[in-house]
Design a protein around this ligand. Structure first.
Ligand SMILES: C[S@@+](CC[C@H](N)C(=O)[O-])C[C@H]1O[C@@H](n2cnc3c(N)ncnc32)[C@H](O)[C@@H]1O
Length: 211
């Protein structure tokens, strides 16, 4: 009981500290993001590994990532699959306070605004387009059967993941891939995926299905 309370307080304090990170100049934000990139232990290779294994003969891939954050997966995937990629669209509103259980949501709005600028600058690739929108708005701009593989890694709440699966499913080509992160981390992700699909594959913390 005491440990539970201690843990809750620790998380509250961590989130409070995160929400107070603020600088005067863009250059200071940029230095902060560069340090965060260096410190990060987020897995950024899984999206490209699954594509390589299951869509490997395909060239001119159209890829979408929902939830781009610091652009780690986007940068890695563009470099690893390189000439196989035709377009890579990132979808992220860069709005704070989207889900209190997600650490990224505690960054303040000024930091999110600067992060958007940083990612555009960092990726700097003509195939990369960063749509500053929520996924439940962005999907309206895609044609059915137009995406080879999508990585769902935005809002991890049950209702948001369910909505992403429902909204984006028809946008994926036949035999294309729907892939999503945090299958083990968030109960809501697992519930939404298991309610929708029977043929679920799993690589570590990532789920995927062939459409
Ligand atoms: C876990 S991070 C993404 C990490 C990234 N995919 C990577 O591999 O480096 C979650 C991101 O989802 C974004 N996000 C939150 N709600 C969203 C929504 N409704 N649509 C798209 N992105 C969203 C957040 O702004 C945050 O940048």
């Amino acid at each position: 009981m005491i440990n539970k309370i201690k843990n809750k307080l620790k998380i509250k304090l961590r989130n409070y500290k995160i929400s107070k990170i603020s600088f005067q100049e863009y250059s200071d934000y940029k230095n902060f993001f560069i340090q965060e990139d260096k410190k990060s232990n987020w897995e950024s290779s899984t999206f490209s590994e699954i594509i390589e294994k299951y869509l490997k003969q395909n060239k001119k891939l159209n890829l979408v990532e929902i939830g781009v954050a610091r652009g780690e997966t986007a940068k890695f995937t563009l470099s690893r699959l390189d000439s196989s990629i035709s377009t890579y669209t990132g979808v992220d509103p860069y709005e704070s306070n989207y889900d209190s259980t997600d650490i990224f949501s505690h960054f303040n709005q000024q930091l999110m605004d600067n992060l958007y600028i940083y990612v555009v600058e960092k990726i700097n690739d003509p195939r990369f387009n960063l749509m500053r929108k929520k996924s439940n708005q962005a999907y309206l701009e895609f044609e059915d059967n137009s995406i080879d593989a999508i990585f769902i890694d935005g809002n991890h709440s049950y209702s948001a993941v369910l909505e992403d699966i429902k909204n984006w499913r028809s946008k994926i080509k036949k035999n294309g891939l729907m892939i999503g992160d945090d299958y083990l981390t968030f109960d809501g992700v697992r519930k939404a995926v298991e309610e929708t699909f029977r043929n679920i594959n799993q690589v570590g913390n990532t789920w995927f299905v062939k459409i």
